[in-house]
Design a protein around this ligand. Sequence first.
Ligand SMILES: [Zn+2]
Ligand SMILES: [Zn+2]
Length: 348
Amino acid sequence: MKTLLKECSISISEAGMPELRQDPITQRWVVIAKARAKRPDDFRERPKTAGTATACPFEYGNESMTPPETMAIRPSDTTPDTPGWLVRVVPNKFPAFSTRIDGRTTGGLYVSRSAFGAHEVVIHGPDHGLTMATYPEKHVALVLKTYRQRYEYHMKQPYAGYVQIIINHGEESGASLEHSHSQIFVIPVLPEKPRALLDGASRYFDIHARCVFCDIISAELTFARRVVDESAHFLAFEPFAAQLPFETWMLPKEHKPRFEALNDNEIEDLAKIFRRTVRRFLNGLGDPPYNMYLFTAPPRYERPETMHWFMSITPKLTTPAGFEMGTGMTINSTVPEECAEFLRNVKI
Ligand SMILES: [Zn+2]
Ligand SMILES: [Zn+2]
């Protein structure tokens, strides 16, 4: 066993960078990123109480603890990597996708390639105690404008197969640092889940000549019982086949394939409904850990008429077990209509 482990780790440790491997049966890609196992764990190494002795890398004065910023929203009289910023983007210190190329691609039974791409952290603000639910709405809009700017930049890169933005909030969600932040993954391949969504939406369009998401929006507005919230441009609801309790989707009511095409007015409206949704989790469910992911058209996508971007936010209240791992099917122990009613009635 020892020899086997040693042999398996040779190709990775020599290059010292993450690697993409494809499962020869299902064609699913996996990132093998050895360095990430060594990343510091905020939740265990630092006591949760305020005023701890260990410095947080995401606060004013600690800018040198992160790699140099790739962008920031900051007053023009301040300089990069110094205090004064409102939202700051830095490369992840322990990337799952690296901007270094080692050019390795292998074939045969086992297909692997270097995980060339990018992995950035969006630090939501300098205040350790605030989250997307407690920052003012205007500040949440700045974070969303940062997403838009990073999408615009990364989507143009020739190596980008997909750009994934996520938030892991809370320890059980997979976050390693407590300070509120998002992550941006620039992936050289199109992963399984976005591919399945794109294929499904294309198939629906071929049959009905309509966007499936637009049809879902009008069905949900008519049925109304799964709607959680509505703003001028967006609808928040629990999907008909919600995989997990309180899984909430937010979509633009107008057909829009790309997040980065949002104008300022729409971004401000999205900030309002997004903040309200996470406040429902905070006030109604006691600030559970949650995962947010954005689904948007991949770079150079040729069928924008079939695609409709959305944001999904799901509290982490259950842990996948043997059945879910074996079948890829989840058992949702709650009814989406009841979850929607509960969230609708939370005082925000
Ligand atoms: Zn902090
Ligand atoms: Zn649509």
